[in-house]
Design a protein around this ligand. Sequence first.
Ligand code: KIV
Ligand code: NA
Length: 256
Amino acid sequence: MTLRDWDRAKGNQPLAVLTAYDYTFARLADEAGVDALLVGDSLGMVFAGHENTLSVTLEQMVYHTEAAARGRRRALLISDLPFLSYQESPAQALRSAGALLRAGAEVVKLEGGAAMVETVAFLSQRGIPVCGHIGLTPQAVHQLGGYRRQGRDAVAAARLREEARLLADAGARLLVLEAIPAELAAQITAALPIPTIGIGAGPHCDAQVLVLNDALGLFLGRSPAFAKTYVDGAGIMADALARYVAEVHGRQFPSL
Ligand code: KIV
Ligand code: NA
């Protein structure tokens, strides 16, 4: 899947995205047919067990991007620019984006609206595809006062519509809309020429993304209400692991 395939799908075929942080799950998700893999900085929470994504480093994103890239065959590979790897200046963003592309990413994602327009243009004009991310932007969790739904009043909704337009005009090729009203996401999706990727943003986005651990029931922290869990992964695995321990303790494994 290339960005051209993504462009062609807009308005015709909803696309599916999952996060992936390692080789095995990237390969499983790719073989399941996902249209893009996102090496999200959510790995700070679901992989590393942190409270938020702020501690994730560029070096960690490079490592996980390399691992996911080895498991990827067909899906587009998107990687997050982590906190403070791009906010300082367009030049800093270019260096950081370059590191992710060299690790195997095809698109880099960054959070923010108007403040990121110059950076999105700078990267885009230098041949680096950018995915924007507006609405609930987890790197701004303290500014937002928690993981709260965004764009709920008319002023906030108008600002998000405007920022979506500015990012697309600056050259963003994809746009994540997180935790905003479905109607607002539908308006943005209809107004923009680029594919939108929704999470907690209703059914009218061009694509949907889920955090892999949420989809597989493999997150032991608190998942957002909009996440859908397709299997009780933690339950199944806890049971398997407990059986292993019991068999060793009970001298049933290994057998004679
Ligand atoms: O880091 C992440 O997983 C993300 C998605 C939830 C959009 O940014
Ligand atoms: Na992210």
